[in-house]
Design a protein around this ligand. Structure first.
Ligand SMILES: [Zn+2]
Length: 341
């Protein structure tokens, strides 16, 4: 009941704000929960690492926005099991939005609560849980690959069924989302980036690191001046998903080795799920765990035709026999990230 009242207040404020919105003024979104309270499990999700970061007043009932570094706003969607994160990185003249999340609710208005600067999108990779709101933006950079182009076609409702099922949400889908009609809309790149490119945001530069493995187009960003390494799904602080056909473990090991060197000069890792920001040292450990995984000396659970979960040195790796042996690998075919393994 208490949360329902909070939602009601947010709703009233949203109405008031739309009447008098000025640039930079916070416009609250619609309440997330249709009625009642958030469940305990969802309350737990927003504690943990993120609770140590300042919560931006631009947050609303669906998007929790954490200030994860100077000019870095990590837009978390904590009430769906993916706990997806999109990072907005703001310079003096431009901003880069690294991923656009699930796309369940409009994201552009949220980003415009955080910056008035022109915003360019780049995806950490083009699985649907990171490209959901790409279609709302008119400046999108991408890796020039067949895989990326295939995913630009978007994903229909059935391809994302597991992510919009009732049990995918803490407390049902957000108000304003039509689950039956939900799709990830098609989008177009307006420019391409490649490994080593530097994106100049004015007083802040981001180095593009093409780090294939999780997908052929996996991309990381290094903000060396601020000690920030944005790792996408190559590393985040939850079980690491490595079970879809477009995952290549040879590439993944190489990319981890490269990023593990770079993390030595960084202060924080910013991944694309769960925690907006964690300390460094994890990449070296994951690299070691993946080479142990591939040694064949470890047993996973459960079987060969489902994802197999390995826990090695405390790191949970969710993979599949077809990824371990590379038998389904195809770097040109797009992927839903969920439906085949
Ligand atoms: Zn992901």
């Amino acid at each position: 009941m208490r949360y329902f009242v909070v939602g009601l207040v947010a709703n009233l404020l949203a109405v008031a704000s739309t009447l008098s919105a000025q640039p930079n003024e916070i416009v609250l979104g619609a309440p997330y929960a249709p009625e009642g309270s958030f469940s305990d499990i969802c309350a737990q999700q927003i504690s943990g690492e993120n609770s140590n970061l300042p919560l931006s007043p631009a947050s609303d009932d669906w998007f929790r926005i954490y200030e994860a570094g100077p000019g870095v706003y990590s837009i978390v969607e904590p009430y769906q099991f993916q706990e997806t994160i999109s990072h907005l990185i703001v310079g003096e003249t431009r901003a880069l939005l690294f991923d656009t999340g699930m796309g369940f609710l409009p994201l552009r208005a949220v980003v415009e609560r955080l910056t008035n600067l022109p915003v360019t999108v780049l995806n950490s990779h083009t699985h649907f849980d990171h490209t959901g709101a790409n279609a709302e933006f008119d400046s999108i950079l991408a890796i020039d690959s067949d895989y990326t182009r295939a995913n630009m076609a978007g994903f229909d409702n059935s391809a994302v069924a597991g992510d919009i099922a009732p049990d995918a949400f803490c407390e049902g889908p957000p108000v304003g989302m039509d689950v039956a009609k939900f799709t990830v809309k098609a989008w177009q790149a307006t420019g391409y980036v490649k490994d080593g490119d530097v994106i100049d945001l004015g007083g802040r530069s981001l180095q593009v690191l093409h780090v294939p493995g999780h997908t052929p187009d996996a991309t990381a960003l290094l903000d060396a001046d601020n000690g920030l390494l944005f790792t996408g799904d190559t590393y985040y602080d939850a079980e690491l998903w490595l079970f879809v056909p477009e995952t290549n473990l040879d590439d993944y090991e190489r990319s981890l080795a490269r990023l593990a060197e770079l993390e030595k000069g960084a202060n924080y890792l910013l991944g694309a799920h769960r925690s907006a920001r964690v300390g460094v040292g994890h990449l070296a450990k994951v690299k070691q765990a993946v080479s142990k995984l591939r040694s064949g000396n470890y047993r996973g659970e459960p079987g060969s035709d489902e994802p197999i979960v390995f826990v090695i040195d405390g790191i949970e790796l969710v993979t599949a026999q077809t990824v371990l042996d590379g038998s389904l690998y195809d770097d040109a075919k797009g992927g839903s990230g969920l439906t085949e393994y």
